[in-house]
Design a protein around this ligand. Structure first.
Ligand code: FE2
Length: 291
């Protein structure tokens, strides 16, 4: 941006980071109990900027979960500890292989493709919280965000009309197929059956329309498979043009919160993944059924 836009939101300083999305937030310590007033201020800022980059945090997993729960119901990454206790917990995102070494072929790599979190669920994610714990020393491992309000609003009227009532089928199986991961097992397919969501959803809080697509979707109800794939590819290309993308360069201590209902995102392997560790803690709040 030519000119950074700064504003005060309560006691917080919020600075817009790019035209498509993103705002830096300073002046808050999230390890302390967040009151509802500050929670509301942050949520309003999230609706306005879609991605919040909250600097200089140092949260334990429990503190991150406490923060996450302030914004809704956490997704259940159910874990069982040595005592057999279970509960929602942060999920560790890393670039490690099965031996625990940094790798350009880590155990999962679906996040390198444009997606919106858990769109293969009937009720997908509202927001994701990602906290940097260990970053490559020279930078890199950026997370990119595409603004799907802009993507929808900048479509030709003819395309808007064409897709107005179409629904894409999202599935775990498609995720596995499209990202080159191992194929979904029969058990996984049963546990996570395909779901369909409208191609155009109305954001439940802002009431704005946004395209809702991603790597978890690879066919469209009522269209021949190839025809659906072609349409989705066209929409991906349009949505992820560089002018519509905020690329976040991580700094130590960053906690990034984003709104999955109006963004696609992906991680970029722009660092020496075979040498350096990149470890982040992720937690997620469940949203509502897209409509
Ligand atoms: Fe993701």
């Amino acid at each position: 941006m030519d000119q950074q836009v700064r504003e005060r939101a309560g006691s917080l300083n919020v600075t817009r980071l790019s035209e498509p999305a993103g705002a830096e937030v300073v002046g808050i310590d999230l390890s302390l109990q967040l009151g509802t007033k500050k929670r509301d201020i942050l949520f309003e800022a999230l609706l306005k900027h879609h991605v919040l980059v909250i600097r200089d945090q140092d949260l334990t997993p429990d503190q991150q979960m406490t923060l996450t729960a302030m914004f809704g119901k956490p997704e259940s990454h159910v874990f069982h500890d040595a005592e057999g206790q279970s509960g929602p917990q942060v999920h560790v995102v890393n670039n490690l292989d099965k031996q625990g070494n940094p790798s350009s072929r880590p155990t999962t790599f679906g996040s390198f493709f444009w997606h919106t979190d858990k769109s293969y669920h009937e009720v997908p994610s509202l927001a994701t919280f990602l906290h940097a714990r260990e970053l490559p020393p020279g930078g890199g491992g950026d997370t990119e965000f595409a603004n799907m309000y802009n993507a929808y609003e900048s479509l030709d009227d003819a395309v808007k009309k064409q897709i107005a009532n179409l629904r894409a089928v999202h599935s775990w199986e498609a995720n596995r197929r499209n990202t080159g991961n191992r194929a979904a097992t029969e058990e996984e397919k049963k546990l996570r059956p395909p779901v369909s969501h409208p191609l155009v959803r109305t954001h439940p809080d802002t009431k704005r329309k946004a395209l809702y697509i991603g790597i978890h979707a690879d066919c469209i109800e009522g269209l021949e498979r190839e025809q659906g794939i072609e349409l989705l590819k066209k929409l991906y290309r349009h949505s992820t043009e560089r002018k519509n993308v905020y690329a976040h360069s991580w700094k130590p201590g960053d906690l990034v919160i984003w709104d999955n209902r109006c963004l696609l995102h992906r991680v970029v392997g722009n660092y020496d993944m075979d040498t350096h560790r990149r470890i982040l803690h992720r937690s997620v709040v469940i949203g509502t059924k897209p409509c």
